[in-house]
Design a protein around this ligand. Sequence first.
Ligand code: FNR
Length: 195
Amino acid sequence: PARRVLCLAGSLRRDSWNRTLLQAAVAQAPATLQLDVYDALSAVPLFDEDLEQREPAGPAGVQALRAAIAAADGLIIATPEYNHAMPGVLKNALDWLSRESPAGEVLSEKPVGVLGASSGPWGTRLAQASLRQVLHTCGALVMPTPTLFVANAASRFDAGGALTDLSIAQSLQDFTLAFERWMERMAPSFGRLES
Ligand code: FNR
């Protein structure tokens, strides 16, 4: 059976380059991977420990995201860069996901791949660095290489969102293939022992 990968864009913008990049990754991935792009990040409320105490299972939008991650073998995150860091909506979601819950700590020991697209010339290098640091803190198994930084995003896609830059299509093929291998290498930890 195909390995399932949840793909999360750290942007709420309808025409997000990062979501567009993930949709392109779906097209470039090996047939043995099933990539699903998550589309309900906007349902995740602002993290608040009082809210968490009132609703130990978490608000519905958080439960849905946790369940989608728990059901997947791996997670690929495409992050925008806001002021040289990941956007608040993504950090907010990670803060929820880092917490103990009835669904467990869903990022702990989860294989995660990181990429990103920005309209500027550096292609989310600093956002990805900060994202990696947070993911390590959450116990995720972050794929070290290959890296994928899409700079000047507006020049890489046509009006319909299809990739016009064939080198990025190749990079997405290499990235998704490497991520499949990464999940295989991390496989012994998939059946995590309950403590
Ligand atoms: C940006 N943008 C940006 N780009 C970049 O390369 N480095 C940066 O530090 C920033 N900072 C920044 C701050 C804020 C508040 C905004 C709104 C934007 C531009 C950013 O790359 C661009 O808006 C992307 O299109 C965002 O990604 P999505 O939403 O298209 O996926």
